[in-house]
Design a protein around this ligand. Structure first.
Ligand code: FEO
Length: 394
């Protein structure tokens, strides 16, 4: 298929992966993903910015040949992760005169992970520029969105910024230019939640930096290209804001419906008080939806059944995931039901500790909840209401 021109001799030469159903073996993908690669033809030199996911290398090289890419002078590695750098060795074989341009940390990564030889790498400094003739590439180090080796490449004369994984989306397309829609917004948020949220403060910093650059086009490494940069930058400004929203996320696992009954009762009480809730069945629901709700939630209420004297392993898994995603939630509560005894919340509390949640008195119930337990759930609902009110959320 013919390369799509983005602007003035800058072409999209990446590939869609419509069949991919999960990323990082963790979060399901609703729309597959794309591995973006960009060809920049200057008057003297030609550069490729980011390459390809290894299983797609053959198809990628064929695409370059089909589009008569006869020479490549520079391969720009914005980041060492293999979905973008994995095809560098094959590309160097195909274009033996090419050299890889990257930052010191990424150079170490591609040398050790992909065995790219030292003599094929040119290491640049933050802010350094490389001329392609009538185009100049400027490299901007952006550690933390999301690896320490991440950098952006700015094509100065065209006011175009390649943002690596930052501002991306797991999304496929026939036309590379973003069509603003609820579906795209959802995919970008799901991607932010899984990949970028643990680095929220860095994301906030680079969102503002790019806003201040007033670029014309944003070229991320996954998902469509943004010719209206404010669309994705405004979404990021919202997701990375310090203040949470008036939302309680409620992941639960329930073996005999008692914990589920407690979650549903508490959810109804909260909704009656004007607080939005998101109930998440840990066994059946999509982890991406949970991650997205954690982008905004002020409170996390976890519900679990007891298995062998401890919390249900599926609840432990979600508590661990919530902790590594580092959401901005401020408050928490633990509720659940047990059969013959044990420690229902100890492990979950331990896993959630890094979030430093202000925890409300937990509630554990033997078997089915009784009238007195529902009264305690009323108290938890009231406590959450007061906490949200303290942040002016209700
Ligand atoms: Fe899309 Fe960090 O690789």
């Amino acid at each position: 298929m013919k390369f799509q021109e983005i602007k003035n001799n800058i072409y999209y030469c990446g590939l869609n992966d419509c069949d991919r159903r999960i990323f990082d073996e963790l979060i399901p993908l609703e729309h597959g993903t794309s591995y973006n690669s960009y060809l920049v033809k200057g008057s003297e030199k030609t550069a490729i910015i980011d390459t390809m996911y290894p299983p797609k290398t053959k198809e990628y090289l064929k695409r370059l040949v089909d589009n008569q890419v006869g020479k490549v002078d520079y391969i720009i590695a914005n980041h060492g992760e293999q979905d973008h750098s994995g095809s560098i060795p094959a590309l160097l074989e195909k274009y033996p005169n090419a050299i890889v341009i990257t930052n010191p940390k990424c150079a170490e990564n591609i040398k050790s992970m992909l065995h790219v030889p030292d003599e094929k790498i040119r290491v640049i400094a933050d802010g350094e520029e490389v001329s392609l003739g009538d185009k100049t590439l400027k490299f901007i180090f952006a550690p933390g969105v999301h690896w320490p080796d991440t950098m952006f490449t700015y094509i100065k004369e065209d006011n175009v910024l390649c943002t690596c994984d930052f501002l991306g989306a797991h999304y496929t397309f026939s036309d590379v230019f973003a069509v603003e829609s609820k579906e795209l917004e959802k995919s970008a948020k799901r991607y932010y939640a899984e990949i970028m949220m643990p680095f929220r403060m860095m994301c906030k910093k680079y969102t503002q930096m790019i806003k201040d650059m007033h670029v014309d086009v944003i070229l991320p490494s996954h998902g469509p290209v943004y010719t209206n940069p404010d669309y994705i930058l405004d979404l990021y400004a919202d997701w990375t804001a310090d203040a949470p929203k008036n939302l309680v996320t409620m992941p639960y696992v329930s073996m005999y419906n008692s914990t589920k009954e407690m979650i549903e009762y508490l959810s109804n009480k909260l909704e009656e008080n004007g607080i939005q809730t998101f109930k998440f069945d840990i066994v059946d629901d999509d982890l991406g939806d949970l991650a997205m709700s954690l982008v905004d939630a002020a409170t996390i209420v976890m519900g679990t059944s007891m298995v062998l004297a401890g919390p249900h392993p599926m609840a432990v898994n979600v508590a661990y995931l919530a902790a590594v995603l580092r959401p901005k939630a401020k408050f928490g509560a633990l509720i659940g039901s047990y059969g013959w005894g044990g420690n229902l919340f100890g492990k979950i509390g331990e896993l959630l500790a890094p979030l430093k949640l202000d925890l409300i008195e937990p509630l554990q119930v033997k078997g089915k909840p009784k009238e007195e337990d529902f009264k305690k759930l009323d108290e938890i609902a009231q406590a959450i209401y007061e906490k949200h009110k303290s942040l002016n959320l209700v």
